[in-house]
Design a protein around this ligand. Structure first.
Ligand SMILES: C[S@@+](CC[C@H](N)C(=O)[O-])C[C@H]1O[C@@H](n2cnc3c(N)ncnc32)[C@H](O)[C@@H]1O
Length: 284
């Protein structure tokens, strides 16, 4: 796989995932993989990776689903592709004794592919392209004519209190937005609107596009302090920590704690999540 220069201009995301975000995802890898496990299982079950098949895990990050695919079929082969050097380095370390798994540092939107995969898979790694239709047109070139794609992406923030609740708590402390946000801009919720995803994938030449809703509670942490710590590493509360200082920061963090407090049970903090399991076929 050759990484073509950054024609589609994903430079901002490349910078983002190679700086603090990449380091945080590496540091939080075990927690994130445990947290996301029910969603991975749902996506992997839909992908039905089978004996002797080959798969490309797009935006594979620290490699959790790449490993799961590779281990599930020892005579299959898996490639994880990502733009983040620190996350891939961590993935390579984890996969040291998994011979049928390789990782490539490349922008999946513009990398050169050669109709070599049976399956394109992703867990939350395809919502960051600056030009998604062009990116998926390029990714379709990685599929065999009979190939399929399965990925999971988030439904809107309102359906994902595990992320949006902390955001709601810190909002009064953040500077007011000067422009209204573009709901389709690269980011975790860019694919939350099914009509938008359908238009992108059909425009990119995929067929038989299906979007299945999947909801489940996620276990955030065992206690309130751990929940607060995790939410200050990733997500809207992490932005507040990075942007605010002094008393305002303390007030924002306290607001997160107070919004979580009534949700605590003897098991800790579990909050609802909702994803789309998207599947499609190559049009040949
Ligand atoms: C939310 S993380 C998900 C990582 C991993 N799939 C997981 O579930 O743990 C998004 C990932 O997409 C990667 N990514 C973003 N844009 C990409 C691109 N154009 N090509 C390849 N990977 C990309 C990021 O570097 C990051 O690892």
């Amino acid at each position: 796989m050759v990484n073509v220069e950054d024609k589609a201009d994903n430079a901002e995301q490349i910078k983002y995932w190679n700086n603090k975000a990449g380091t945080v995802w590496v540091a939080q890898q075990e927690h994130l993989d445990r947290l996301l496990a029910p969603l991975s299982q749902a996506g992997l079950a839909a992908a039905k990776f089978s004996a002797n098949e080959s798969a490309l895990d797009i935006g594979c990050g620290c490699g959790d689903t790449s490993l799961a695919l590779a281990v599930s079929q020892s005579n299959g082969s898996v490639t994880g592709v990502d733009i983040s050097e620190p996350m891939l380095a961590h993935g390579k370390m984890r996969a040291a004794s998994t011979p049928n798994l390789t990782f490539e540092l490349a922008d999946a939107a513009v990398a050169e592919f050669n109709s070599q995969y049976d399956l394109l898979f992703s867990r939350f790694g395809v919502m960051f392209f600056s030009n998604p239709e062009a990116a998926f047109e390029n990714l379709r070139k990685a599929l065999k004519p009979t190939g399929r794609m399965v990925f999971v992406c988030w439904q809107p923030p309102s359906e994902n209190p595990w992320m949006s609740l902390a955001g709601k708590a810190v909002q009064p402390f953040m500077p007011p937005a000067t422009t209204s946000p573009n709901p389709y801009a690269p980011g975790p919720f860019a694919f939350s609107d099914p009509a938008h995803v359908l238009a992108i994938l059909t425009g990119a030449g995929f067929t038989d596009v299906q979007m299945q809703s999947f909801n489940t509670p996620l276990h955030i942490a065992n206690n309130l302090d751990d929940a607060l710590y995790f939410q200050t590493q990733i997500g809207p509360a992490a932005n507040a920590v990075a942007t605010l200082g002094g008393e305002e920061k303390n007030k924002a963090l306290n607001a997160v704690k107070e919004i979580f407090r009534p949700q605590m049970t003897e098991k800790g903090l579990d909050l609802e999540s909702a994803i789309w399991i998207v599947s499609a076929r190559n049009k040949h």
